[in-house]
Design a protein around this ligand. Structure first.
Ligand SMILES: [Zn+2]
Length: 246
């Protein structure tokens, strides 16, 4: 029996590097998250823990695992040209499109001081919402309205920025109740208004495509903060002004 030669420090280092190269990128990212005690639920953003170039590797990893799912579903992706690139397409859709809000930094928002001293109720919406439920990864599609009650210290952001912030929050597997709270927290932090109200109305395709197969049911929920909580008339005014259908 041959004894193995002792590893020189250089080859030991390269052995470690080779080992590290074989570690799936998702494992590396998860280790960083755990070390920082940072939550990584489906609707958490983890962009701070992803190094440059790793998102492409993550996409390759998801594609590889997705291929395994197709194989386990006994779909002949070799002969069936319709599914030949499905694993790659689904991986791209998850990482770069529908769940992008998990993997990239938030949109840059320039805040301006409230020079006009706006102090009237402002309503933004309807903003189209596209998300997916964390339970089934089925689409959640709907609308939301944002009511802002500024004061002279409130930062003003451009109207289109509200849609950008919403897109970033909704671009994750979500639970509607948590999504509106996450969005309210973010707008609160960026603009510091006296009051903030959000109403979201959406169709959950996990109830339309599967489950009870009810095509018409919609879920509506709201968050009220600050003066919207205290002032019944203001709340009524906001709810009366948003033109919801059915
Ligand atoms: Zn669902």
């Amino acid at each position: 029996m041959k004894t193995l030669p002792e590893l020189s420090p250089a080859s030991a280092a390269s052995a470690v590097a080779a080992d590290d190269a074989g570690t799936p990128v998702s494992v590396k990212i998860r280790e960083r998250l755990r070390a920082a005690r940072h939550r990584f639920n489906a609707n958490d953003n983890i962009a701070d823990f992803i190094e440059p170039g790793e998102l492409e590797k993550l996409l390759d990893e998801v594609e590889h695992k997705m291929q395994g799912v197709l194989d386990s579903m006994v779909i002949d992706t070799e002969s069936d040209h319709n599914t030949a690139n499905t694993a790659r397409r689904v991986a791209k859709m998850y990482i770069n499109e529908v769940f992008r809000g998990r993997y990239v930094q938030g949109p840059p928002i320039t805040e301006f001081p409230n020079a006009e001293r706006l102090n009237e109720l402002m309503i933004v919406g309807p903003i189209t919402v596209r998300s997916a439920c964390s339970h089934h990864f089925c689409p959640v599609v709907g609308k939301l309205w944002i009511g802002v009650m500024p004061n002279e210290r409130t930062n003003v952001i451009g109207l289109s920025k509200y849609a950008r912030l919403a897109e970033w929050i909704m671009g994750r597997p979500q639970i509607q109740e948590e999504a509106v709270v996450q969005l309210a927290d973010l707008i609160q932090e960026k603009t510091k208004p006296d009051g903030l109200a959000i109403v979201m109305e959406a169709t959950h395709y996990c109830m339309a495509w599967r489950g009870v197969k009810d095509m018409d049911s919609k879920m509506i929920n709201s968050v009220m903060r600050g003066v919207f909580l205290k002032d019944v008339n203001l709340r009524r005014e906001f709810l009366a002004l948003i033109p919801r259908q059915g």
